[in-house]
Design a protein around this ligand. Sequence first.
Ligand SMILES: Nc1ncnc2c1ncn2[C@@H]1O[C@H](COP(=O)(O)OP(=O)(O)OP(=O)(O)O)[C@@H](O)[C@H]1O
Ligand SMILES: [Mg+2]
Length: 253
Amino acid sequence: MVLEVAGLSKAFGGVHAINDLSFTTRRGEILGVIGPNGSGKTTLFNVITGVMPATAGSVRFRGEAITGLPTDAISRRGLIRTFQSATVFKNETVYENIRRSSIFGCIGKPSWFFRPGVVANGQRRAKETVAELLEFSGLSDVATTVAGTLPYGKQKILGVVIALAQQPTQLLMDEPAAGLNPTETLAMGQLVAQIRDKRSIDVVLVEHDIKMVTSVCDRILALNYGKAIAIDVPAKIVRHPEVIDAYLGVDHE
Ligand SMILES: Nc1ncnc2c1ncn2[C@@H]1O[C@H](COP(=O)(O)OP(=O)(O)OP(=O)(O)O)[C@@H](O)[C@H]1O
Ligand SMILES: [Mg+2]
């Protein structure tokens, strides 16, 4: 087991965004998370990554309790998230966006920035990381392009690469295909699959594009009002009566 979420709850006043939720993820798995708007998907990521404290319950990552740890302590353990909207430095080049992010991954704790040897070594490794990631993501030919001028699909790929530059072992992806056209969605789906297949990074994928979720995920967790309706393989989830009722509306076979 990689992530172990147990009895997790998060309330905002009277709203139970996450309500006594328990599930685990497996090594080598892409786990999809689906559910209607407001069912708690983003809140789940916020609580797991320490952006917000849980109201109750616990999260373990690779056997270690991480509930209540600050966000940077969690990301240093290799648990990294991406955001629902594209989050890039729009006035910087693609190269600089990735380099910035990889410096943190390669140097480590902020206090180590003052150790000259560590910094030089980190900068060299960051340079190698950027080159490798540009190649991996297919962004090499736009490396010197200012990020804000890229098509939205490429900006969202860059957002994912910025997360990869921090060297995750577990990536939480919040709607990577939101706002993308069908061609861009297909490319994003392939990238998600390659992140697991070629980089051995475990993935939790929140996504509304059901075609992408069912094609790329090993299992899917369906949420409604912050509770788990089901967790199962895609073929079973798309036929699950409660999931169809709450979210899918029709049989997506
Ligand atoms: N910071 C906050 N303060 C108050 N309420 C919040 C906050 N964040 C989320 N909520 C509420 O918690 C519930 C879950 O929201 P969340 O954003 O997690 O849903 P979601 O499943 O990610 O939705 P979407 O598919 O639209 O992205 C909603 O009712 C939302 O209004
Ligand atoms: Mg959301």
